[in-house]
Design a protein around this ligand. Structure first.
Ligand code: MLT
Length: 264
């Protein structure tokens, strides 16, 4: 399904009924990374997975480059589906940055937050410089530069060895990223505000999930968030890297399902 928002079209998949659960993908992926969750979690929730502009089946917008704008896109999808009751918002990595922006912007629309493989802090000066370098490389050589450099760090060693199908699926998902979408997302991540000080103001229940073998965002970041957020549950997953929903889907889904039951 797709909605047209001003000049922007957003594609999303929706499945199931019950408590609304919006899934926000990481970078440089798409809503397709949630295919297993759309399947499994739709037994107990109304699951919606969108493609952010320039990823998956959503065309790139023009000049859209901030986590707040992405959060607005997420709310626009909820509006289009007439989901006016507070929803559970789940974001992985960049999706988590966007979920935190959404919670700062309109907390009353959020019943619970799932922060997976993410962090609250902003990019360091070094991190910003590295984003700029990557933007230049993408302009020169295309979006595959990002996929190629991230691929070796995305999964746990266990997944690379024992789950070749997951590794292949991931490569396929990353092929759906456009240079425009990738550049906008890199810009948005580079400029995102530090959300650390706001963690204490998150009054909704928060589920924090992190792979113990995450090489992109170390699990220490999840522990930092857990120390600050008043009402949270921290789950570290064995034999999972940056994509625990793909690497250990049964455990990931079981944890999220339990969280949804408590919120329903
Ligand atoms: C992601 O997986 O969304 C990104 O790697 C996050 C980031 O680059 O900060």
């Amino acid at each position: 399904m797709a909605i047209a928002k001003e000049t922007l079209t957003l594609h999303f998949e929706e499945r199931g009924t019950g408590i609304p659960l919006l899934l926000i993908h990481g970078f440089p992926f798409s809503g397709k990374m949630w295919i297993g969750q759309l399947d499994k979690l739709s037994a107990s929730a109304r699951v919606v997975a969108l493609d952010l502009p320039g990823f998956g089946d959503s065309p790139a917008g023009e000049g859209r480059a901030s986590v707040d704008q992405y959060a607005e896109d997420c709310f626009a999808v909820l509006d289009a589906l007439d989901i006016m009751e507070p929803a559970v918002i789940a974001g992985l990595s960049m999706g988590g940055y966007i979920a935190l922006a959404a919670a700062r912007m309109v907390p009353l629309r959020i019943r619970g937050l799932v922060l997976a493989s993410t962090r609250a802090g902003a990019d360091s000066a070094e991190g910003k410089t590295s984003r700029d370098k990557t933007i230049a490389q993408v302009k020169e050589a295309g979006a595959s530069v990002v996929a190629d450099s991230m691929y070796p760090k995305l999964l746990s060693p266990h997944s690379y060895n024992d789950k070749p199908a997951v590794a292949e699926e991931l490569k396929e998902i990353m092929r759906g990223a456009t240079p425009e979408g990738v550049i906008a997302a890199l810009t948005a991540m580079r400029d995102r505000p530090d959300a650390t000080e706001e963690l204490v103001n998150l009054h909704m229940p928060v589920l924090i999930i992190h792979g113990k073998d995450d090489q992109i965002i170390p699990s220490l970041e999840a522990e930092v968030m857990a120390k600050a957020i008043p009402n949270n549950d921290l789950r570290l997953i064995d034999k999972a890297g940056h994509l625990p929903n793909l690497e250990q889907p049964e455990e990931f889904d079981r944890i999220v399902e339990k969280f949804l039951v408590k919120l329903a």
